[in-house]
Design a protein around this ligand. Structure first.
Ligand code: F6P
Length: 489
């Protein structure tokens, strides 16, 4: 594999050297960085972007609080982060408020006794954190936020009543996501693979962490009151049992909660990889044309053969291959010996009236299109065609299936691959149309704690460059060149 394998960086750039790397959705020290902004500035700056919430009726545009419920080590943070990434990707302004981060801002963690029933100081500290997180949630909504995920145990009815009172007073909507886990193996794995890296346990051995965390769970278990439709009849909730093995839903309301449920029902935590590639170089790529349904170029056909050989060598268990219904993706996958499925939603962005034209022809015939794309490439829709937002929306069923399935190789197109990577790598919408996804390159995504590890494998088969850089880069280069020329003269 190494002869095919060069190194690259997170978001590839033309001319980059290729390497493998990890992407953790969490920055190195998320708590301090995040909370500094939240508590000191008390200010949320949202870069304006149209939200899908705006499509809903006034009534449905109500801000939503999603509150996690469950004992420690039940995957609440994992679910919160994934849900947040998904909701942002589909266009809702969403933010996670993690109460552990609030607590760590206020005091240094000593040991499990902080959570013991009757530890008045500990109880007061945790209550204060909950109050501040709720205040910040309200601020988030006042500044244009639409969904707030409260990542905490919220394990007592008392705490849930406190959340409900704010929700009722402000007129928000509330949805609980309770994670229940009875499988000791999953809990142990969570402690030894995730909690050992918690800022609470800096410089502690795995044994020390397991011991302390098990006692912490015990303290919570003594006070834990699971959601119960008889005791809390008016609340909307979903219970996820044993990492989604079974689910229970109660009184959910409106399209946003329905989408949250649909997403959560598809999650699993089984180890697997997702593989992506664009089709091999096509005849249209050679003439820089967009759209169409052209065949592969001779070099594209070479890539198809090399790809099949490479995939066979990887011996991926139960691999499935998905392509679009365009000839160039079908031909790219044709030599791969495993079950194949065609998805129309994986087709390339529909370029409408520009179909079959080269970028140069588009710029000459429709200069407005080029300019408008340069201004806002994610939202600009080709006349009679699509924009990146449309592509993202139609890809939602693909994301759901990818979340549900085990190993899958998706053979697709430039804009489509960008939107898919945008979801997995949590890339902001405005950056999605500029993700560098060269031809003849294989992407392997493997899940890590709260994100994805990405590996790029560049095949040594020459191909054209189809990347259209951001106009600011071009302006920057022109300005720099002008400066150099002026100085020389
Ligand atoms: O150039 C190849 C291609 O797949 C076109 O068919 C498509 O219109 C384009 O890439 C998408 O990239 P961009 O949005 O940068 O034009």
């Amino acid at each position: 594999m190494t002869d095919l394998h060069q190194e690259s960086s997170l978001v590839l750039r033309p001319g980059d050297k290729y390497r493998s790397f990890s992407v953790n959705i969490l920055p190195e020290e998320p708590e301090e960085l995040h909370l500094h902004d939240v508590r000191k500035e008390r200010h949320f700056s949202l870069i304006h972007r149209p939200s899908v919430m705006e499509y809903y009726s006034d009534y449905l545009q109500t801000p939503q609080i999603v509150a996690m419920v469950g004992l420690p080590a039940r995957g609440k943070t994992y679910i919160s982060k994934k849900l947040c990434r998904y909701l942002n990707w589909i266009g809702f302004r969403t933010k996670v408020f993690n109460l552990g981060e609030y607590r760590r801002m206020k005091s240094t963690y000593e040991d499990h006794s902080l959570f013991k029933k009757g530890n008045l100081e500990g109880e007061a500290l945790r209550e204060q954190c909950a109050i501040e997180a709720l205040e910040d949630t309200c601020l988030w909504f006042e500044n244009g936020g639409e969904i707030a995920i409260i990542d905490a145990t919220n394990s007592t009815r008392e705490r849930r009543e406190m959340i409900k009172s704010v929700v009722d007073e402000k007129g928000y909507k509330l949805f609980y996501v309770e994670s229940i886990c009875t499988d000791p193996e999953i809990i142990k794995k969570n402690i030894t693979e995730v909690k050992v890296f918690s800022p609470d346990y800096k410089e502690k051995t795995t044994e020390e962490v397991v011991k302390d965390f098990t006692q912490r769970i015990q303290h919570y278990a003594e006070q834990y009151m699971p959601l119960d439709e008889k005791e809390e009849p008016d609340v909307s909730f979903i219970k996820l049992i044993n990492a989604g093995e079974s689910v229970e839903i109660h009184k959910h309301e409106g399209p946003i909660q329905s989408r949250i449920i649909y997403y959560l029902m598809n999650l699993h935590i089984l180890p697997r990889n997702i593989y992506f590639t664009r089709h091999g170089e096509s005849e249209f790529n050679l003439s820089d044309r967009v759209g169409g349904d052209s065949e592969l170029s001779p070099r594209g056909k070479e890539y198809a053969l090399a790809l099949a050989k490479f995939v066979a060598g990887m011996n991926i268990p139960d691999l499935r291959v998905w392509t679009s219904v365009k000839q160039r993706t079908i031909s790219t996958a044709e030599h791969i010996a495993c079950p194949q499925e065609r998805w129309k939603v994986l087709n390339e962005i529909d370029v409408g009236i520009c179909d079959g034209m080269s970028y140069e022809e588009v710029a000459m015939k429709y200069p407005g299109i080029r300019k408008a794309r340069e201004m806002d490439k994610f939202h600009y829709r080709y006349p009679h065609g699509e924009n990146y937002q449309d592509v993202t929306e139609r890809l939602e069923p693909v994301i759901m299936e990818l979340e549900r399935q085990s190993n899958v190789l998706v053979v697709c197109h430039e804009a489509v691959l960008r939107c898919l990577l945008g979801y997995f790598l949590d890339i902001p919408q405005r950056e999605i149309p500029y993700i560098y996804v060269p031809l003849h390159t294989f992407f392997r995504l493997s899940p890590i704690t709260y994100g994805c590890k990405v590996q790029h494998i560049k095949f040594p088969i020459p191909c054209v460059e189809t990347f259209v850089p951001k106009v600011v880069f071009i302006l920057y280069i022109i300005t720099a060149m002008t400066l150099v020329v002026t100085q020389i003269l």
